[in-house]
Design a binder for this molecule. Sequence first.
Ligand code: NDP
Length: 253
Amino acid sequence: MSLFEVFPHLVAAWTVVGLIVLPFLFFIPAPYGRYARPGWGPLISPRLGWFLMEGPSALAMAALFLAGSRTREPMSGIFLGLWEAHYVYRAFVFPWIRRSGGRLMPLSVVLMGATFNVVNCLLNGLWLFRYAPHRELTWLADPRFVAGLALFVTGFSIHVQSDRILRGLRKGATAEYAVPRGGLFRWVSCPNYLGEMVEWIGWALATWSLAGLSFAVWTIANLLPRAVSHHHWYRSHFPDYPTDRKALVPFVF
Ligand code: NDP
């Protein structure tokens, strides 16, 4: 059996793993940031941690594009551009502008995050640049691409705006937390997570691929439980926390 024949089964199996992980993350929040706790091995600087977790995805996708058979196809270049817009921000900008206040991150979390990212990158890159049916430029006018791109751009904008608001809460070297206000924080506790989910749902639509869907499922599996944990954490730490603010989806959840 060739990799091409096995590929859809690999993607399906990886998606099932994400769905299995999801409920556990409601009870065991990944031990970084406000949930940092002893017992997860050696610690490293979060700047290095985020760079090591996210950098491979930026580099591996570019490598898959160059090594693939679609380098001359404009649609491949467009998909690469969307992917890199996210990962260049996440790996090469975010780690340097975030304010951790000196809190460290377990290397074990970094290794798990990097593995998760590399598998998703491999599945998406192999599909887009090797196995997917040829996509003409007419795909740009397809409603799936148009809607997916709109979601991707909207999600990314929400994500970056929310990150900026969170950054503004820490002045100097403090690791203290404050109640975020403004932007979509008016309605939800974790708009940065919401933005990222919307982004990858948009990606799944725009690429119209099982690999894209799998990544969206994994993103939801990681971020939905963490958003619920953050919401409860805010409520238990700030007596004046806005009571009408939802965890993730404005007015709904
Ligand atoms: P958080 O929202 O927990 O934190 C983001 C940054 O803001 C951190 O530097 C954090 O500091 C700081 N911060 C958060 N809340 C406050 C507050 N109330 N007051 C002051 N500072 C605050 O996001 P994560 O660290 O979990 O994730 C970072 C990004 O990575 C997110 O935008 C997320 O979308 C993305 N991500 C994506 C995943 C995926 O599966 N695609 C998985 C995990 C993350 P501190 O670190 O000290 O808490």
